[in-house]
Design a protein around this ligand. Structure first.
Ligand SMILES: CC(C)(COP(=O)(O)OP(=O)(O)OC[C@H]1O[C@@H](n2cnc3c(N)ncnc32)[C@H](O)[C@@H]1OP(=O)(O)O)[C@@H](O)C(=O)NCCC(=O)NCCS
Length: 257
């Protein structure tokens, strides 16, 4: 059974920075009223999600999922100096990751797990999508925060530094390109790429308020293994608890298809 610890913790600086960048973007793209509503909302929020595991070590070829953006180009970039903390602090900004001074081609180095892979998709000169993959638990993955609550030997934190397991970080599709299958398309490329590079497992957290995240993981056959609940007070404190999970969220919470 889980040795679960219940404690109120300070929200991390990354979450505060992400919230601030989201507010800035909301003001720019969705107008003052939506901005005001978002500013007022953080007195109390409740959210829940699922920690998923997707195995890449099967012998079957990973199917490529097409999307409705014909000239999409997905570039994998490796930034060895970047932590997930720094990646996620970009919030919902497109950010020109290909121009990052340390962006380079990824070459697998056995025994070394550090940095971020970023799958950066464009169409012509337009930013279309980005998905981050952390090659290490260091630097603040949600998995690390969840693990600190449960400390269960079956889910060791060290697995994210074993050189075979990676953590799926934040994804963003530009508003203009949403609902065209881009996320699904990029994720199929992510899985193929990781498998080709010798990784065997991807762990990721999908929150219930982002239906796309859950739908994608369910359709690709990822397994939910933990249920995660979070209450945030005044944006500064959060209270998280976790329980084991075996059922698909589509069954468990009736997310519509
Ligand atoms: C979440 C997000 C990345 C999805 O990107 P997208 O390119 O529009 O997703 P896709 O078109 O590939 O859709 C993938 C699946 O999710 C479903 N979906 C997409 N947006 C949805 C929505 N708003 N509500 C319900 N289902 C949705 C699609 O129908 C599709 O399901 P299907 O394969 O069963 O048909 C995008 O909405 C986004 O950038 N949101 C803001 C950032 C965010 O919340 N990121 C969290 C993800 S880690």
């Amino acid at each position: 059974m889980f040795k679960q610890t219940f404690k109120l913790t300070l929200v991390t600086p990354i979450e505060i920075r992400r919230w601030l960048t989201t507010l800035r973007r909301t003001l720019r793209e969705e107008g003052f009223l939506t901005f005001l509503r978002r500013v007022a909302s953080p007195l109390f929020t409740y959210n829940s999600g699922y920690m998923y595991e997707y195995k890449l070590d099967g012998t079957d070829e990973i199917p490529m999922v097409p999307c409705n953006v014909n000239d999409i180009v997905v570039r994998p970039l490796y930034i060895p100096t970047m932590t997930i903390f720094e990646y996620e602090a970009w919030g919902r900004d497109a950010f020109d990751f290909p121009s990052h001074p340390h962006a380079q081609e990824y070459k697998r180095e056995p025994g070394i797990s550090r940095g971020m892979l970023i799958f950066y998709a464009t169409s012509g000169r337009d930013f279309v999508h980005r998905t981050g993959v952390a090659l290490s638990a260091r630097g603040g993955t949600a998995y690390e925060r969840v693990w600190r609550r449960i400390r269960h030997p079956s889910y060791p934190l060290s697995c994210l530094d074993d050189g075979h397991t990676v953590y799926g970080a934040f994804s963003l599709t530009d508003a203009k390109y949403r609902r065209k299958g881009v996320y699904a398309h990029v994720y199929s490329k992510v899985h193929r790429y990781l498998k080709d590079k010798g990784f065997s497992r991807i762990i990721s957290l999908a929150m219930e308020d982002v239906a796309a995240g859950i739908r994608i993981r369910e359709s690709e056959g990822a397994n939910p293994f933990l249920r995660v609940y979070v209450i945030t007070l005044l944006t500064l404190f959060d209270f998280m608890w976790v329980r084991p999970c075996t059922k698909s969220p589509l069954v468990e919470s009736g997310i519509s298809s």
